[in-house]
Ligand binder design. Sequence first.
Ligand code: GYE
Length: 351
Amino acid sequence: MKWVAKTIKEILFGHVGACIMLLCIVPVLFIGHRLYRGFEIQVEQRPAESEEEDLIVVGFSQLGSESGWRTAHTASIQQALTKDAGYFLVFNNARQIQENQIKAIRSFISQRVDYIVFAPVIEDGWDTVLQEAKEAGIPVIVTDRMVNVQDDSLYTTWIGMDAREEGKKAGRWLEEYLEQERRQSEEINIIVLKGTIGSTAEIGRTKGFGEIAVQHENWHILDSVTAEFTANKAKEVMRKMLRHYPEMDVLISQNDDMTMGAIEAMQEAGIRLGEGGDVIVISFDATRDALELVKEGRINVDVECNPVQGAYVDEIIQKLENGESVEKRYVVEERVFTKENAAEFLNDRTY
Ligand code: GYE
C-alpha cells in the first residue's frame, strides 16, 4: 500500500503533478489575458494598399458618444468623408478617456494616415502626441473642442464653436427675460450643471455666463457641479441639488442631454417648468428633442451649438490637397431658440 501512497504523492508534487497543474493554469491565464485585452481600446487599421486605391486616408479620433450632439457630430463627419467622396475613414471612439485618444492618434501615426481629425475630450495634455504627428508630417485638423498647446503649429486648423459667446448669450437672454418678467431686482438663485471639466464647451460656457452674472449683484450661483454631459449623471446630480437648494430659480445646464436628465428629476420632485413655473431652464446644443421641449415651453431657452462640421472638414482637406492655404480657425454659426421661434426650425432639424 505504501507504494500507492508514494505514487499519489509523486503525482501531486512530482513532475507529473507539475505538468497537470500547468495544463490547468495555462488556459486560465490565457482566458484571463483575453478578457483583459477585451477592455483595451482596439484602434481600427487602415486597409491594405490595394484596397485603398487613390483614397485619402483619414484617422478620426472621436472623444466619445456621451450625447445626442456627439452622435450628430460623428455622423456629420462620417457622411462627409465617404468612399464616394474619395476618402477612407479610420474611426475610433475614445469613450471620454484622453489616454484612449492619445493611443488612437499614435496608431494613426504608425499607420501613416494622410490626415488626422480629432475632437479632443479636454484642452490640456496634447503637446507630446501632436509633436509626434508633426514630426511624421501628418496634418492635424481639430474639430469641436479646442486644444491648449504651447505651439500653434502643432495643428493645422480648428473648426468649432465659440463656447464663451454661447455662455454670454445665455446670460444676456436671462437678463432680458428677468426684465420682461419685472424680476430684475429680485434675488435670483442659480444652479449650474457643467459638462466635462476642462473641455472647451465647459470652460467657455462657464466663463461666458460668469461674465454676465458678475454684472448682477442679485444673481447668486449657489452651486456648479459636473454631470459630464450625460443625462443619467445629470438626473442623479439634480436629485441631490433639489434637496440642497429648494430655493433654486434658474438651472443652467451646459448641454441638452443633461437638461433632459435634470428635467426628469425636477418632474419627479413636482417642480413646475415653463411659463409661471418654479424654475427657469437654460440649455445648450438645441438638438431636435430639446427643441420640442422649447416649443412646449419646458425649456425656456436653448443656445445652439452646431455639430454639423463634416462639410468643413472635407473642404479643408480638399484645399490642403490642392496646396491651398487654410484659416487657423473656423467658427460655425449659432442661434438662440425660445418658444417664439423653435417651431419654425424644428422641421429642418437634422439632429
Ligand atoms: O455641447 C455636448 C457634447 O463639445 C460642443 O459636447 C461639444 C459638447 C456638446 O457632449 O452635448
